[in-house]
Design a protein around this ligand. Structure first.
Ligand code: FPP
Length: 226
């Protein structure tokens, strides 16, 4: 079965830094480098869609200094890497209520969104920012009720942030934690789950290869018989 869409829960930046007696934000900085390595590796291997959990609706409870540092990195990432991905014809999109982000970060994201080409042939890069799976479903159902249309799976799906994307074939979480933590709850119904002990800043092209190999060994039945 084709591996079209990989979704990543990027976990362990803080522990990576702590092990080296470094501040947590250095862990996040290394996490951004890992993100670039993973996006490049997935593109080279012909993966069509990748999703990343960068900031959850629950992450606001972190110290303000860490939140500020994270959004500053997101802004810089948008101005540099995301811009170059769009120039390479990738489609960059965001999921979550980004209107709650700091203004300069939101401005940088809007610049990217308006630069994305219609019908871009390249990989789709989807980034969760102020994203929560339950919030996503509630927002979609509210919009559907307001529209007066029938409550069906298809009509809910067409109001999710991932509208037009396929469901993730695989959800990967780093750092050995084995849970979804409110990530893509609707879309993960039949996803294969892969948990990797490496901390997120240690992810690289070889990790992507190991995910592709592991996926090839899984048999997906979608509730039926093989
Ligand atoms: C989890 O590690 C990571 C996060 C909450 C943030 C993920 C963000 C990035 C990789 C960088 C910013 C994103 C972009 C799009 C530029 P943790 O802090 O929970 O680690 P811990 O569990 O070891 O403390």
């Amino acid at each position: 079965m084709e591996l079209k869409h990989i979704a990543f829960i990027m976990d362990g930046n803080g522990r990576w830094a702590k092990r080296r007696l470094l501040p947590r934000k250095i862990g996040h900085r290394e996490g951004v480098k890992a993100l670039e390595r993973v996006i490049n590796a997935c593109e080279k291997r012909g993966i069509k869609e990748v999703s990343f959990y960068a900031f959850s609706t629950e992450n606001w409870s972190r110290p303000q200094e860490e939140i500020d540092a994270l959004f500053d990195m997101v802004r810089k990432f948008a101005d540099n890497e995301l811009k170059s991905y769009v120039e390479r014809n990738m489609t960059v999109r965001f999921m979550g209520d980004v209107t709650k982000l700091p203004k300069d970060t939101l401005d940088a994201l809007n610049k990217i969104t308006s630069a994305v080409r219609q019908n871009g042939e390249g990989m789709v890069v989807n980034i969760g920012l102020n994203y929560g799976g339950r919030d996503e479903i509630v927002t979609a159902v509210k919009a559907l009720v307001d529209s007066g249309e029938e409550i069906t799976k298809e009509n809910i799906e067409s109001r999710l942030y991932t509208k037009g994307m396929s469901d993730p074939d695989v959800i990967v979480r780093s750092s050995g934690e084995k849970r979804l933590s409110n990530f893509m709850l609707w879309q993960s119904a039949y996803s294969e789950l892969i948990f990797i002990d490496d901390l997120w800043p240690d992810f690289n092209a070889a990790t992507v290869d190991s995910i592709i190999d592991e996926y090839a060994k899984r048999t997906r039945r979608f509730g039926g018989l093989k």
